[in-house]
Design a binder for this molecule. Structure first.
Ligand code: NAP
Length: 506
């Protein structure tokens, strides 16, 4: 279940938001009375309530706003019970001195806004012993391992007493979805707040309509986009839509994986139910180390953007296989954008002068694909050694990053394979506006934003432009086929989901 957290400064504001949440489908609402700046109006709040309600008055040490008198706070919690709140939230340290009263059920909660304590199981046990109907653990993940430890603790504690748990912060955000698989009773969702009441909290809309939280259970298989950062990724939109289209019990989440935890994550994620990964910056090369098998394109390009995870026969080990869906997607996209050849013949890249900016994962795929098609390829990259190495591997020419504007003026096809211009650095461009002219094809692999400064300048100069959106959908469609066991990807639906989330063309 999704518990919608409503935090407003007035009773009326709480009530109105609650009604809107109920109309949107919320089945449980948490009212955060610590945000109120006026006395609580129990009659307005709890009479004819639109959904069951959990009442919370969170202290500042636990991440809330209540800095007032503690006995007043406890009086409010007692009044909530007396007024028939369905649930009240009582912190573990006060639970022993705050006996159950009225008909309300008790969430006995533990919060750590700074870390994930080592003794998490003992803390869960203490919450249960505080006369809990539900144990709640909310901790700050300082590492990915913290977040997985939290999931382990929920599973173990849940066997003893119903337990909900989540890891706060960017490293723990995926636990707000994946906790459903560990048996948690509900997850908290933000409602109508620009700054969520807790770090990393997802919105009700995202949990309900992107992640379909209510349908995740112990048997749900997990898929993820891994990278660092990863919050900008639109992959959950398209892959969850595809899973739902096929009626598969699978869920796709963004997991921020710091470089130093990549090896640990790859070794252990299978045991947590992960069966497939989309790999993004900066892991496309490093992810190859533990692969048991790599497809020919991964071996050719040295870049892997998809990992499949299969349990081995003993059920305790997992076999990782790597794929590259970028190469075919990027080339397919580019060839379709080329003007037709003489007398309407199909366009080809053979003998076309191409300038490729970048030598990272996506540029590697493009470089190998372009040289396979016979293009006259020049590669420039901020780090010259990488451009030279890639040029040597692909039979291309390496040039200096400083010469890129001059080279661009002479190129027929220009491709940005760097992350310059990608959100949030949307004002940057790898080339100046004077590099473009009519007759060129200019391709930016970036898809967020779709209309980068690079593409806008090219279009203003009359060049044919191609954004990373088409490539993104193509590579996601190939991944989707892998993730869904070979089912035909719903490409149109995936594209619609992506386009709806991107800003319209200027
Ligand atoms: P990557 O492996 O991390 O490579 C990043 C590239 O950008 C490297 O060449 C790097 O140069 C260059 N770069 C980064 N910051 C720079 C700066 N400040 N100045 C100059 N160059 C800079 O990343 P990737 O996976 O190849 O992704 C690159 C871009 O492709 C991203 O914007 C991503 O969104 C896009 N992409 C799109 C799709 C799609 O489907 N449309 C798929 C994958 C990727 P150094 O070598 O000097 O660090």
């Amino acid at each position: 279940m999704i518990c919608v957290t409503i935090a407003k400064e007035t009773n009326q504001g709480l009530r109105e938001s609650w009604q809107r949440a109920a109309r949107a489908g919320a089945k449980l609402v948490e009212l955060r009375l610590d945000y109120l700046i006026e006395p609580v109006d129990w009659a307005l709040l709890l009479r004819d309530r639109p959904t069951p309600v959990l009442v919370t008055v969170r202290r500042t040490i636990d991440g809330g706003r209540w800095a007032g008198d503690e006995s007043h706070r406890r009086t409010l919690l007692a009044e909530a019970s007396a007024n028939g709140a369905d649930w009240v939230d009582v912190e573990v340290d006060i639970a022993p001195q705050f006996p159950r009263s009225g008909i309300s059920r008790r969430v006995v909660s533990f919060h750590d806004m700074n870390s994930t304590p080592e003794q998490l199981s003992e803390i869960a046990q203490a919450c249960a012993e505080g006369d809990a109907d539900l144990v709640k653990l909310a901790v700050m993940a300082r590492s990915l391992r913290d977040a997985f430890r939290l999931l382990d603790t929920i599973r173990l504690s849940h066997a003893n007493r119903p337990t909900m748990g989540l890891a706060m912060g960017p490293l723990g955000q995926f636990t707000r979805v994946a906790n459903a698989r560990s048996g948690t009773n509900w997850t908290y969702a933000a409602w109508e707040s620009e700054t969520p009441p807790a770090p990393g909290m997802l919105s009700f809309d995202d949990l309900a309509s992107i992640y379909h939280y209510e349908s995740i259970n112990h048997d749900t298989l997990l898929y993820a986009v891994i990278g660092d950062p990863v919050g900008h990724s639109k992959s959950p939109l398209v892959h969850n839509a595809a899973f739902r289209h096929h009626g598969l019990n699978k869920s796709y989440v963004p997991v921020r994986v710091p470089t130093e935890e990549l090896g640990w994550f790859l070794q252990n994620c299978g045991g947590y139910g992960f069966r497939g990964l989309s790999v993004t910056i900066p892991h496309k090369e490093a992810v190859m180390a533990p692969l048991a098998e790599a497809c020919p394109l991964v071996r050719l390009t040295g870049s892997c953007n998809t990992v499949m995870i299969e349990p081995e026969e003993n059920g305790r080990h997992y076999r990782l296989s790597g794929f590259n869906t970028d190469l075919d997607a990027a080339l397919g996209s580019l060839v379709e954008a080329l003007p037709p050849g003489p007398q309407g013949t199909v366009a080809t890249l053979a003998e076309v002068n191409v300038l490729l900016l970048g030598a990272g994962g996506v540029a590697r795929s493009l470089a190998f694909g372009l040289s396979r098609e016979g293009a006259n390829l020049t590669i420039v990259n901020r780090t010259a050694d990488r451009a030279e190495a890639l040029a040597a591997e692909t039979g291309a020419t390496a040039a200096l990053w400083a010469d890129r504007d001059r080279l661009a003026q002479k190129a027929t096809v220009i491709i940005n394979g760097t992350s310059l211009g990608m959100s949030p650095q949307v004002d940057l461009s790898p080339l100046g506006p004077d590099c473009f002219h009519a007759g060129q094809v200019v391709f930016d692999t970036i898809y967020i934003p779709e209309w980068t400064v690079f593409l806008k300048s090219a279009r203003a100069a009359g060049a044919r432009t191609l954004s990373g959106v088409d490539m993104f959908i193509r590579q996601a469609a190939i991944q989707s086929q892998l993730f869904s066991g070979g089912k035909e990807p719903p490409v149109r639906l995936m594209a619609e989901k992506l386009r709806a989330a991107l800003s319209p063309a200027p």
